[in-house]
Design a protein. Structure first.
Length: 202
């Protein structure tokens, strides 16, 4: 029986074929890992944005207003930044984290071409300058509020010192990007002010 081993050329061909197979498998695995990481990152960003909207909605729904009181107000404004809605809101609300009435404020700032939303909370009788802004969410590409005024007109700005009231419903819209190459993802919610009464001066 004639037994013949592999020639050097056959071994080189086999090793080359094995290398190609391993390269294809590694490339496929690497691509799969990157895809999973990208999906996980996108889900995390969306969950963070959803949590932010839920908290803001509850805070607005607990908003209170006392006419002619300098410590009671509900204001939001919108400005346009190269086609991107950038809003700021200040209102008095019954805090969800503890008993008591607090001023809650949100603003949008740009840092190194990335928009971030900041928040601060302080008692109505406290100087607002003493409260510190804290970052609550980044990757923002739009933040807006809309409601209807007493004439039934859709408005993007509200000032209780002028209207002497707070809106019944407010639409909140948050635009975020989960991927630099994709269009911003929109999350929206309707906040309905549930405390349909005013409080005495405080």
């Amino acid at each position: 029986m004639n037994k013949r081993g592999f020639t050097l050329i056959e071994l080189l061909i086999a090793l080359s074929a094995l290398s190609i197979v391993m390269l294809v498998l590694f490339t496929s695995l690497s691509s799969s890992i990157k895809t999973i990481e990208a999906v996980d990152g996108s889900i995390s960003i969306i969950q963070e944005a959803r949590t932010f909207i839920d908290i803001l909605t509850r805070e607005i729904e607990s908003a209170i207003y006392t006419p002619n009181s300098e410590n009671s107000f509900f204001k939001f404004t919108e400005r346009d930044y190269f086609g991107m809605p950038v809003s700021e809101i200040h209102f008095v609300s019954i805090a969800t984290f503890s008993r008591g009435v607090y001023v809650i404020a949100y603003k949008t700032e740009i840092e190194q071409e990335v928009f971030k939303i900041y928040k601060k909370i302080y008692p109505p009788t406290t100087n607002s300058e003493e409260a510190k802004w804290e970052e609550v969410i980044s990757n923002v590409y739009g933040f807006s509020f809309t409601t209807y005024n007493s004439k039934g007109e859709l408005v993007k700005n509200w000032d209780s010192t002028i209207s002497q009231s707070i809106p019944n419903e407010i639409k909140i819209e948050l635009y975020i990007k989960t991927n630099k190459d994709k269009e911003p993802f929109k999350i929206s919610e309707i906040a309905k002010t549930r405390i349909n009464k005013t409080l005495g001066s405080f």
